[in-house]
Design a protein around this ligand. Structure first.
Ligand code: SAH
Ligand code: SF4
Length: 360
């Protein structure tokens, strides 16, 4: 028997094609998307503005299945972490971080990650496979349904969970379209952020494909150090990345800016010299409005050698950037009592990449 198509993976235009193939009118798209995303109905039988014949047809060829949740952990500071099972014994993680006026959902785009950044727990796990669009959207729906019971809502979605979103382009772009679509989640483009370690050709494509916000995981101001921390830098060095960032800023009709993420590792990338070089780099390439820096205190995990910079070094680093005119914030670590902090997301990954050889 043919596997049923999970319709949670369809963008508005893919729904139109789907209904056209069934010889149904285009307005079915708005109806079904509103049932799913506005009414929370996942049962075709309950979609009462569809004919019985259409409901039966959908039942026989399609599904609206949410992914299986293995556990839900609530941390003391209001962070919620879901562990989600994706067949084949692979698990991914999704995290909700409540803030004063927003609620940010951090979602995964891959099972593991192949890029092996040395300070990242996901990178240490290796890579298994890309997520499909319905698995990305499924994370948002699982979280939305759970949070609704507590009267909480998701105002922002960031691709900062497991995986490198720009190595899984089509499913990530389709998921972004669904997040932005008024018939679905209706989030504004400022509230959907793709975070990338800098896959240059994909970044150029993304700039012209989906109007979302961008975060770049920079972590070092010079190639020599970045080659070690973010090994993909050897393929796409800082200068190429900065050019691609420029392309992103100038693509699209609305004003754009970039958030540069910088993990603070004691005695590795947190010196006064590093801060000055970073200021020079960013001031050379960007004006004050286009670039912002977010310092992330390193979140340790069992296999790591790195240590978190102390608060004094972080403050000093931030101060140097500020003085040179760069807007800089420091991320307060949240959810670390349930291992839900940035870079602690490890899930359970059956590593299929060759990097597994010789690793523990
Ligand atoms: N692959 C993408 C998105 C997932 S990682 C990327 O690299 O941008 C999301 C963010 O968490 C990145 O900025 C990443 O550098 C950061 N991160 C990874 N490991 C971390 C750790 N141990 N402590 C703090 N931040 C970490
Ligand atoms: Fe992958 Fe991002 Fe972790 Fe690097 S920091 S290994 S790109 S998930």
């Amino acid at each position: 028997m043919l596997e049923k198509q999970n319709l949670l993976g369809l963008t508005q235009s893919k729904f139109k094609d789907f209904f056209s193939d069934l010889s149904e009118k285009p307005f079915r798209t708005k109806q079904i998307m509103q049932w799913i995303y506005h009414q929370g109905v996942y049962n075709f039988g309950d979609m009462h503005n569809f004919s019985k014949a259409l409901r039966d047809k959908l039942d026989s060829i399609a599904s609206l299945d949410l992914p299986e949740v293995i556990s839900t952990n609530n941390s003391k500071d209001g962070v919620v972490k879901w562990v989600i099972k994706l067949g084949e014994n692979n698990h991914i993680e999704t995290v909700y971080i409540p803030q004063k006026e927003r609620g940010t959902l951090c979602i995964s785009s891959q099972v593991g990650c192949s890029l092996a950044c040395t300070f990242c727990s996901t990178g240490h796990q290796g890579f298994n496979r890309n997520l499909k669009t319905h698995e990305i959207i499924g994370q948002v729906l699982v979280a939305k349904n759970y949070l609704a019971q507590e009267n909480k809502r998701i105002s922002n979605v960031v691709f900062m969970g497991m995986g490198e979103p720009l190595l899984n382009e089509s499913p990530v772009y389709d998921a972004c379209q669904i997040l932005l679509d008024d018939w679905a989640f209706g989030l504004s483009r400022r509230r959907v952020t793709v975070s990338s370690s800098g896959i240059v050709p994909a970044l150029l494509r993304m700039s012209d494909t989906v109007p979302v916000s961008l975060a770049i995981s920079l972590h070092a101001p010079e190639d020599e150090l970045r080659d070690i921390l973010v090994p993909i830098n050897k393929k796409y060095p800082i200068k190429e990345l900065m050019k691609a960032c420029h392309y992103y800023l100038n693509a699209g009709s609305q004003e754009r800016h970039i958030l540069f993420e910088y993990v603070m590792l004691e005695n590795v990338n947190d010196s006064v010299e590093n801060a000055k070089t970073l200021s020079k780099l960013l001031n050379f390439w960007f004006d004050r409005e286009s670039a912002k820096v977010n310092l992330i205190p390193f979140n340790p995990f069992p296999e790591t050698q790195y240590k978190t910079s102390n608060n004094k070094s972080i403050d000093k680093f931030q101060d140097i950037l500020h003085r040179s005119g760069i807007r800089t914030t420091t991320r307060r670590t949240r959810g670390d009592d349930v291992d839900a902090a940035c870079g602690q997301l490890a899930g359970k990954v059956i590593d299929k990449s060759r990097r597994n050889v010789g690793r523990n």
